[in-house]
Design a protein around this ligand. Structure first.
Ligand code: SF4
Length: 240
């Protein structure tokens, strides 16, 4: 492949989803690749082993094989997930371009903490899913991130871009009461798509207090959705 990295060099991707997914990239059949390391410390993180860590990546040749196989399995997209992919800085551009060489559309999953990196790759992306962890003043407590103004900057950046995007929040009932959900709605309003995600407890969550929390009930998610619909938060509000 012209301009591609040498096969024996390591990519920033440490793992990938084996089979094509119908649910990770709206409207597309996609692969998912994972990069290591995150600058947040969410107690409800399902990838806690990656927090603040770097892991050796797979050789580019493995990634090439994966992309090639996906295209033969009718996939037309790839999700770059983490960890937090924007921590790659310029390396993210290289990864996106590598994937796009296979004719795959690219979706970026991000926590929104590095708007300058999002801005630098936005024109290369086909979809961005940005997490909204909580209302801005609670970011230091909920996500261990002390610069919530950068979250606000990423929100505005995506809203003003021509790129398809969604904002999404994993709803933990004890963390996101209905007043908090209304404040988040105010923060992103008006946006194209907002997704309420179900929290699923697990015994290996990094926040001990999170391990025994209840799974988000469908009733609560519908109540939250109704609040967001009333405050005109998004053109489309989904529950996942
Ligand atoms: S931003 Fe995502 S990957 Fe990072 S700690 Fe939070 S939930 Fe985990």
């Amino acid at each position: 492949m012209p301009g591609s990295p040498k096969n024996n060099q390591l990519s920033p991707v440490y793992g990938f989803l084996r089979n094509p997914s119908m649910i990770d990239f709206p409207g597309r059949i996609s692969g998912v690749v994972f990069v290591a390391g995150c600058n947040f410390k969410c107690g409800f993180c399902h990838n806690a082993a990656l927090m603040g860590q770097s892991r050796p990546g797979l050789p580019w040749s493995k990634l090439e094989e994966y992309c090639d196989r996906l295209t033969k399995q009718w996939a037309d997209g790839m999700v770059i997930s983490g960890g937090e992919p924007t921590l790659l800085g310029d390396g993210l551009k290289r990864l996106i371009d590598f994937i796009k060489n296979f004719g795959l559309a690219v979706k970026l999953d991000t926590n929104g903490s590095r708007p300058e990196v999002i801005r630098s790759v936005l024109s290369r992306l086909d979809y961005v899913a940005m997490d909204i962890k909580c209302s801005l003043p609670r970011y230091p407590m909920i996500a261990g991130f002390k610069q919530p103004d950068r979250i606000a900057e990423s929100i505005e950046l995506l809203k003003e871009s021509g790129v398809e995007y969604e904002f999404r929040t994993t709803i933990v009932e004890s963390v996101h009461n209905l007043a908090e959900i209304a404040v988040i709605g105010d923060l992103v309003r008006p946006c194209r798509r907002y997704v309420l995600q179900t929290f699923i407890p697990r015994s290996d969550l990094p926040g001990e207090e999170m391990r025994n929390q209840a799974r988000t009930s469908p009733e609560y998610l519908h109540e939250a959705k109704a609040i967001l619909e009333n405050n005109g938060c998004a053109r489309e509000i989904l529950i996942r």
